[in-house]
Design a protein around this ligand. Structure first.
Ligand SMILES: [Zn+2]
Length: 201
């Protein structure tokens, strides 16, 4: 938890800084042909994509779907090689103008507020649903638990050295006297043991 939180937090700071000048994009595509049903005449190719974009201080997580139509399968041949991983990085590009706005309300599934939001997008036949997260929030989500764990560890180490109850911090006196004594403040039975204490080895 500490390691993962720290990784998310430190990585998030790096990506946050990078997102000011770069647009990083990656995704995975999956597509399939749909034969016309009886009484229908059109073949379809359904192209789906899961993607991640980092830019302008936000992380966008999205899924999109695009359907292409043709009277025969051959007319969809340009899609034969569709799918798999793709990624790109561009410098000096900013989403803010068209995708990231400070405040916008469309519906419950389409709104934005300060980088946070749900975005429904229809562009040139492609429908996308996007979750927008500010990098600051991602950093906080990793950093707060990591800082909490680190602070608890430090407090425990400090109390061990100071001969205080590990639960409530009550001063219990020298380590050799306190071993297995019950804390008179909170009732914790096994109190501080110093690392040098033979009983712990
Ligand atoms: Zn106590």
């Amino acid at each position: 938890m500490l390691a993962l939180g720290t990784l998310v937090s430190v990585g998030g700071v790096g990506m946050w800084v990078r997102s000011a000048g770069w647009l990083d994009h990656g995704g995975y595509g999956l597509g399939w042909f749909v034969e016309p049903a009886p009484r229908e005449s059109l073949w379809r190719f359904v192209a789906g994509r899961v993607f991640v974009t980092s830019n302008s201080g936000v992380l966008l997580l999205g899924v999109s779907r695009y359907t292409s139509y043709s009277s025969d399968r051959a007319g969809l041949s340009q899609w034969e090689t569709y799918g798999g991983w793709e990624g790109s990085s561009m410098q000096g590009v900013h989403l803010r103008a068209d995708r990231v706005v400070a405040w916008r309300w469309g519906s419950l599934t389409d709104w934005q507020a300060g980088g946070l939001g749900l975005i429904e997008q229809s562009r040139q036949g492609e429908d996308a649903q996007i979750v927008s997260l500010p990098w600051s929030m991602v950093i906080g989500a990793g950093g707060v638990p990591a800082a909490w764990v680190a602070w608890r560890r430090r407090r425990r180490a400090r109390r061990l050295v100071a001969g205080q109850c590990l639960r409530c911090g009550y001063a219990l006196g020298p380590a050799d006297e306190q071993r297995m004594r019950r804390c008179s403040e909170c009732g914790r039975a096994e109190t501080a043991k110093l690392p040098s204490d033979p009983a712990t080895k």
